[in-house]
Design a protein around this ligand. Sequence first.
Ligand code: DNO
Length: 416
Amino acid sequence: MRMLQTMRWFGPNDPVSLMDIRQAGCTGVVTALHQIPVGHVWTVDAIEQRRQLVEAQNGRYSSLHWAVVESLPVHEAIKKGLPSRDTYIENYKQSIRNLAFCGIKTVCYNFMPVLDWSRTNLNYVMPDGSRALRFVWEDFALFDLCILKRPGAEADYEPEVAQSARAQFATLSPERILELSSIVLLGLPGSEESFTLETFQELLNEYAQIGDAELRANLYYFIKEVAPVAQESGVNLCIHPDDPPRPLLGLPRVVSTEADLAQLMDACNVMANGITFCSGSLGIRPDNDLPGIVRRFGNRIHFIHLRTTRREEDPRNFHEADHLAGDVDMYAVVKAIVLEQQRRAQAGVGEPSIPMRPDHGHQMLDDLNKKTYPGYSAIGRLRGLAEIRGLEMGIRRSLAEQEAGSLVENVKVDAL
Ligand code: DNO
C-alpha cells in the first residue's frame, strides 16, 4: 500500500519516453492533452487515444496506466469571471465526464492567472555541476520594471530592489535580456508556445479590476459548479497551489497558504473538491506547516508532488534543491502521508495508494547534453523518486516494527 509512483509525461513529443518512466520504477503516468486548446472539450476519442498510447501492452513489458490528468486547464474567462465563463464551465464538466467514462479519475488543475509557475533561471549550476531551476526576486523585478515596463510595477518593489534591478539591467547583455524574458514568458508547461511582451501585457491588463477577493470568488464559483459533477462521476479534482505562492506582476494569487486551501475546501464540501499537495510550491513559504497540512487536509489530498526548494540569503529567492536536501522536512512529510494512507486503509474510505510524482529534478549526467522540458529531465527525477521510495520504505518498516514492538510489550504486560 505504498504511494502510487508516477511521472509526468508530456506526450509523444516528450524526449523522456514511457519506457524511461517504466524503468524509473513507475506504474502510473501523469499526462494531459496539451494539444487541445484551453477551454475546449476533451472528447472521449482524444482521451482514449492517449490512454491507449500510455497503456499499450506488448506482452513483454510491465504495464503502465494513465493515473492522473495534469492539468485540465481552466480557461482565463473562468478566472476572470467573464459572462462567457458558463460556457467554458460546461465544457469543463463535459471533459470531466468524458475522463470518467475512460476510467481516469484524478484531475489536477490550477487557478493561477495568466501564468503557471515562474522562475528566472533554468540553468542554475549546483555545487556538483548539475543544473537547477531558480527564482531571484530582483531578476523578476528587473524583468517587470525594465523589460516589460508594466505600468504601476514600481509600487510592487522596495525602492532598493527597484534601484538595484535598474542598475543591473544597464549591465545585461542582449542575450541575457532575451533569455530572462523567454523564461518568464514561457507558456504553459507542455506547450511549445510562449507569450510576446505585448500579448503578455494585454493579458495582465485584463486583470486590472480583479483583485484577491474577485479571484477567490471566481474560483469558488467554478468549484461549486464543477466539483458536484466530478463527485457524481467518481472523479477527484485536485488543485495545484501557486508557484511561487505569492502575488506576482500585480496578479492576485489565492492558493498559496493553508488558510487559502481551507477556504477553498469549505466553499464546496465534497471529497471531489481536493488538493494536489505540492511540497515544492507550498514549501517555498516558511509559514506553511507541510506535515500539518497533510494531517489536516488528509482525505482531500488526491495527488502528491514531492520536491523541495532552498531559500537563499534573501528569503524571497530560492532554487530547487535535491529532493531530500531542501527546506522541506521530507521525512516528516512522507511520514504524515504514510499515516494518512494507513488511516484510509483502516477506515476503508478513500484511495490508500495516493498517486505521487517526484516533481522536477536536476539536469544531470547524460541529460546535461539533452534538451528536455525545464525541470523534467529523466535522470534527476529518477534520482528524486529513488530517494523518496527509500525514505517511504524506511518509514513504513520502522512504523511496523514499532507497532510490533509495542504489541510484544503489551503481551508481556498482559502476562504479568
Ligand atoms: C510545474 C508544475 C505545474 C503544475 C500545474 C498544475 O512543474 O508543477 O506546472 O503542473 O500548475 O496545474
